[in-house]
Design a binder for this molecule. Structure first.
Ligand code: PRT
Ligand code: MG
Length: 213
């Protein structure tokens, strides 16, 4: 049995065409079913639905053989024990710093101010500001980072941006782009040895279906 870990939402939806290229179709709709393990048209392949931030953990410890996860999640989690064969070029966005439109970020940085930064990505944010030599107090949040600068909880946020509509709707502006993000295929290293052939076939099919840029 090959187990693929996916999160509901954009990762699930954008992975479906790649699975189809491997001749695999998920036979149940995750939005209609309460099942956490979904069968596919291939009796030897199943999909497990996990929280996006849990995908690397499932694959690392062998709860799944493969998984699809954002580079943001992967870098924040650390990629120990994970073989990362492919950039799938799906669920693309960027990790950025944003502040209230009135806030003079450039000047605060220039003055050597100590910034309060709210984010779910504390490790990535710490590394980024340390590299710039900017002192920060990091505030860990689990959701709606956009609210933090609006309520005075933080001076800045580090969050994902795709269209920029969420920032705009909340009068926030993107002041620095930290990195480009896309979803990655990750494989458990032991599974890669034990189930080499079937995993290889899936990886190859995904590779040939990745949108070329
Ligand atoms: O939502 P939930 O708390 O259940 O989990 P999650 O947010 O971890 O999962 P999900 O499905 O929302 O995101 C999974 C992965 O998709 C992320 O890890 C990213 O790699 C990728 N991705 C791509 C995004 C976005 N684009 C994105 N725009 N993840 C989140 N967003 C959010 C962003 O955080 C912000 O709140 O969308 C908002 C901004 O979008 P725009 O279009 O308004 O700029
Ligand atoms: Mg989300």
């Amino acid at each position: 049995m090959i187990t693929l870990a996916l999160s509901k939402g954009r990762i699930f939806e954008e992975t479906m065409p790649l699975l189809a290229a491997a001749g695999i179709e998920v036979t149940e709709d995750p939005d209609k079913s309460r099942k956490l393990i979904l069968p596919t048209t291939r009796p030897d392949v199943r999909v497990v639905l996990v929280r996006a931030s849990d995908v690397p953990t499932y694959v690392q410890y062998g709860g799944a053989d493969l998984g699809v996860t954002g580079l943001d999640v992967l870098l924040e989690h650390g990629n120990q024990g994970l073989y990362q064969p492919l950039d799938l070029k799906i669920a693309a966005c960027r990790l950025s710093v944003a502040v209230r439109a009135e806030y003079d970020y450039a000047n605060a940085v220039k003055q050597g101010a100590r910034l309060k930064v709210a984010t779910k990505y504390v490790n990535l944010a710490r590394e980024f500001f340390a590299r710039k030599g900017v002192h920060v107090d990091l505030i860990k949040l689990y959701g709606s980072m956009e609210l933090a600068p609006l309520t005075g909880l933080a001076d800045a946020i580090v969050d994902l941006v795709s269209t920029g509509n969420t920032l705009k709707a909340n009068q926030l502006v993107e002041v620095e782009r930290i990195m480009d993000i896309s979803a990655r295929l990750v494989v458990n290293q032991a599974a890669l040895k034990l189930k080499r052939e079937p995993i290889r076939r899936i990886v190859d099919a995904f590779a040939s279906a990745v949108p070329q840029t």
